[in-house]
Design a protein around this ligand. Structure first.
Ligand code: PGA
Length: 250
């Protein structure tokens, strides 16, 4: 049995105070949840203080991105060891907004996965097709390409620790959630491909669905056999809706 994971991606939102307040509301509201990993990803500048708020709880902390070099002349970058030092245990890698707006490539997402693991962070590797790729019937090809590139060079141990998030780009922030069957099919494709690579890891790796997850569609998505959790954007910015999504876990 894979342990469910519900992760909140706060993106570029919330001041330091608002981040601490939201984290505190989650600590209070999710006190008795012990059968699910809950993770939140605030902006970098709030990581350290949010880590203090989360300290008495089971809620995990993620960075939204890391650079793949640990230190040096890389103006503006933040590395794995630094976010680890600030209190994070996870990092997102390859989110479609990073791929589209910040020139994240197949090769650099792989470097980031390695850098994350090297720093003791669990990578949450995001993959997903655009609308035109789906319309061209290229969904499976694109997903496998991104997954294959992302995990290149990982040993079995590291592979089993990885979390994957299937996030169809057309469903992110649009209110247009993938149908449960569409999401399940994509998750099944990813797990099956992983199974050809490493059967044991394929059974262990959690695959989260992301893209317009809301309290009213979460339960049905989370009931699908290959959907092990959710990566939530907009609905993670309010304690009430994020808590409802956590409560909807299978
Ligand atoms: P959304 O974002 O829930 O607002 O669609 C999901 C994500 O980008 O991780």
């Amino acid at each position: 049995m894979r342990r469910p994971m519900i992760a909140g991606n706060w993106k570029l939102n919330l001041t330091l105070q608002a981040s601490q307040d939201l984290a505190q509301a989650l600590v209070d509201g999710l006190e008795d949840i012990d059968d699910c990993d809950v993770v939140i990803a605030p902006v970098y500048t709030a990581l350290h203080q949010v880590a203090q708020v989360l300290a008495p709880s089971q809620i995990g902390l993620a960075a939204q991105e890391i650079f793949y070099k640990d230190e040096g002349a890389f103006t503006g970058a933040v590395s794995g060891p630094l976010v680890r030092d600030a209190g994070a245990q996870y990092t997102l890698v390859g989110h479609s907004e990073r791929r589209q707006l910040f020139a994240e490539s197949l090769a650099t997402s792989n470097l980031r996965v390695h850098a994350a693991l090297q720093a003791g962070l669990i990578p949450i590797l995001c993959v997903g097709e655009t609308l035109s790729e789906r319309q061209d019937n290229r969904t499976d090809e694109v997903l496998i390409e991104q997954l294959e590139a992302g995990i290149q060079g990982l040993d079995e141990n590291h592979l089993a620790q990885l979390v994957i998030a299937y996030e169809p780009v057309w469903a992110i922030g649009t209110g247009q959630v993938a149908s449960t069957q569409t999401a399940q099919d994509a998750h099944h494709t990813l797990r099956t491909w992983l199974g050809h690579h490493d059967a044991q890891a394929a059974e262990q790796v959690r695959i989260l669905y992301g893209g317009s997850v809301k309290p009213d569609n979460a339960a049905e998505l989370l009931r699908q056999p290959d959907i092990d959790g959710a990566l939530v954007g907009g609905a993670s910015l309010k304690a009430e809706s994020f808590i409802k999504i956590v409560q909807a876990r299978a």
